[in-house]
Design a protein around this ligand. Structure first.
Ligand code: CTP
Length: 446
């Protein structure tokens, strides 16, 4: 009996896929179709897969050509699957010519003619409307947002608003096609969604206004600085079928998603401690030093270091303690945050005028995870054990500036791709807002 195996994402199953499956089946007696998981597809740079793994696998089962449908979960899984099922032939479309030659060590590799004129990308563009997005604010991150947003086919960034119109005009001059709007209302009138990257304390007002105008909102971190405000916005969005999402890029990146999954699977046993730092030496004159009320290192970087803690320990902690080194303008140049959850602890460091190693260590009863700096652009991490020679190393791509992952997730959520996991839960953003609130209350001068 000849076993044939083929690999792919198979989003929006189409005729090109069906032709490939039919031709593959004709080469042998038993056809296995390995479908990339949502996370593995993301790792491979497929940013906007519309159907979930379950739907994609079910569609292949329904077409009746496959004898077995399995999930492909990680780099190197192809070899494991070929060996597990004793596959004789691997097939792929001719667009992959040469790409799978490394598998010839294990079986035959046959490239079949790709069906012209059809692809999942084309179908997604046809089935989902283009989303017009307006930007509120045009600070440093706005440039990075724009250059990453062009990678998301379903999105068109059309306009920008900043109450300092001249600043918005200077920004728009550098970005062809971007229109400056003189009020937020004007911007809402011609867009479906907004990206808010204005100063922290203005987020709540703009987000509320945008949601009330029926616009989806992606809001830079920290989304808001008060728990009640976060609760109100998430509640309003949910009641009105709108997406309200906090832009913490790490939360949507494939490396971080894999890291959390791995720790939750128990590879390092029960987790007792998280130690994470995010410091960046920052020159005077920028917003985080100038904004005497809301600047400082914790409001700037706290969202990143809190993220793994809330993901792994949850949103209900027993104690939180902040130890800050304040500068003469009353802002924290450095903050050490300690969280206690029963027997579990976390130590987090953020710094604007103090530099430390930007790593993360998650300690458990069977071993620990060490994520290399900059861990928030999660890419390289190791699981280490008592025996220092026993290490498992993971290298997951973190492409470009990483904003593409959160933008893609925002687009998919607006499209309403059902069954997708929520990569940053509302309660996590709400808890972070509450923590920001307690921090600011404590830091208040006098
Ligand atoms: N395929 C094909 N003909 C097409 C489209 C895909 O033969 N018109 C083949 C690919 O070469 C691959 C398999 O189907 O071997 C799965 O491809 P996948 O990447 O899932 O589909 P695409 O339509 O190419 O997806 P996208 O547009 O997202 O790249």
């Amino acid at each position: 009996m000849k076993t044939v195996i083929t690999f792919g994402v198979f989003d929006q199953l189409h005729n090109g896929h069906i032709n490939l499956l039919r031709a593959s089946k004709e080469l042998g007696d038993f056809l296995i179709v390995a479908v990339a998981t949502d996370l593995y597809a993301l790792e491979r740079g497929k940013l906007c897969v519309a159907d979930t793994l379950q739907m994609r696998m079910q569609n292949i089962k329904n077409c009746g050509l496959a004898d077995l449908v399995v999930a492909e979960e990680y780099e190197g899984h192809k070899i494991d699957l070929i060996q597990k099922y004793h596959a004789d032939i691997v097939t792929a479309g001719s667009d992959w010519q040469g790409h799978f030659d490394y598998l010839k060590e294990y079986c035959d590799v046959i490239y079949l003619p790709r069906t012209e004129g059809i692809s999942s990308t084309k179908l997604r563009n046809q089935s989902y409307p283009k989303i017009r997005l307006g930007m509120i604010g045009n600070g440093r991150i706005a440039n990075r947002f724009l250059s990453e947003s062009v990678l998301i086919p379903g999105l068109e960034v059309s306009s920008v608003y900043n109450p300092h119109t001249m600043s918005a005009e200077r920004f728009a001059e550098k970005h062809i096609g971007l229109q400056v709007r003189s009020t937020a209302e004007e911007l809402f009138a011609e867009t479906d969604a907004v990206y808010i990257c204005s100063p922290h304390d203005t987020h709540y007002g703009y987000a509320k206004q945008a949601l009330e105008s029926g616009r989806h909102v992606l809001c830079e971190k920290p989304a808001v600085l008060k728990k009640a405000e976060a609760e109100e916005l998430f509640d309003f969005a949910a009641r009105n079928s709108l997406v309200f999402m906090e832009g913490i890029k790490t939360a949507y990146s494939p490396g971080f998603l894999r890291l959390i999954k791995l720790v939750k699977s128990g590879v390092i046993g029960d987790v007792y401690d998280i130690d994470a730092s995010f410091t960046r030496l920052t020159e005077a004159g920028v917003r985080e030093w100038q904004d005497r009320q809301y600047g400082g290192s914790f409001t700037e970087f706290g969202s990143y270091v809190l993220l793994p803690v809330l993901k792994l320990f949850g949103c209900t902690y027993d104690e939180i303690r902040f130890d800050s080194v304040l500068t003469e303008n009353g802002l924290d140049g450095y903050t050490k945050t300690t969280l206690i959850y029963g027997n579990q602890t976390a130590t987090l460091r953020t710094g604007l005028n103090v530099k430390t190693e930007g790593q993360m260590i998650i300690s458990g009863t069977k071993g620990y995870l060490h994520a290399e700096a900059p861990w928030w652009k999660t890419s390289v991490f190791e699981i280490r054990h008592e025996d220092p020679d026993r290490k498992e190393r993971y290298c997951v791509p973190f492409a470009g500036d990483g904003l593409r992952y959160e933008i893609a997730d925002f687009v998919c959520r607006i499209w309403g791709c059902s069954g997708r996991e929520n990569r940053l839960l509302p309660e996590e953003s709400i808890t972070m807002a509450g923590i920001m609130e307690s921090f600011l209350q404590k830091r208040k001068p006098g």
